[in-house]
Design a protein around this ligand. Sequence first.
Ligand code: CP
Length: 321
Amino acid sequence: MNSFPSLLESISDLNKNQIDGLLSLSTKIKQQESESQIFTYRRPIIATSFLENSTRTKHSFAIAIQKLGAMYIDFNAETSSLKKGESLEETFLTLFNQGVNLCIFRSNVSHHLAQFRNSLPIKIINGGDGINEHPTQALLDLFTLLELSPDLSGKTLAIFGDNIHSRVGHSLIKLLPMYGMKVILCGPKNFLPDPSTLPLNVEISMDRDETIKKCDFIYLLRIQKERHLENSEKNSSLEGDEYLKQNGVSLDLLKKMQKLVPVLHPGPANIGVELDLHLIKSSLYKGYLQVQNSIPMRMAIIQAMLENNDKKVGKVHGENF
Ligand code: CP
């Protein structure tokens, strides 16, 4: 994939051919686990730099890097010179000049990476930026959906919960319509975006039960309490039992509605809020399949980006005197 971008900030950075290529490579990696080490000579160096907490994304990238045979460093922002006021660009250039080929970066600031769009200090994969996007999670979710149902065209996925703060939701609404899917964003009014901002084939609903009736896949989201507090939105309907009754999804509800469809969740899940314990322990729950699929998809993304032969990366100070 020679034209693969060196900055993966958004699903918009990829075209359908590139996404098809990632899906095909992920399938091969998943099927041929033992042959996955591709970097045996001149091993690239890959860093993770997570300025916000993570269990799934950070560790699956760390595992993917090591399975590919690359060298892994965990850049710790807290103990780095970022704390002495060094800029993010100087930090990335320092890593690049130490021989680091690629950095996976997470931040609580939306569009934090946009500053590098025209002049890139190092190859970067967005591991989630504020409430903007989480493209690698959406790609592994698509990979999982295709495993569950090889033809997604005409199928509907409903995303329940805190849609307005969901970076993976923002990536999914760009990605899934490319594969012929319809997406319904469902939740209380203050969790839903302005419908006029939505792409084609994406709609909103405040009616949970009607939405469940219409969908082929359920995708649940955690309430991002930390981001509600940032916005000073205190609301008792966000509390566990009440939220589960009105807006969450339980196994009992799906049984009563005779709608036993796969349930996805990007994690972390809050049991007793957006879903109940019986649902997460049932065979409908696909959250652990998503976690399994994160490794081959993230290996495929790393491989495609490292193989792109982009000579412009790291040439930020280009003028000669
Ligand atoms: N899905 C996801 O981004 O999970 P983490 O926050 O644990 O990385």
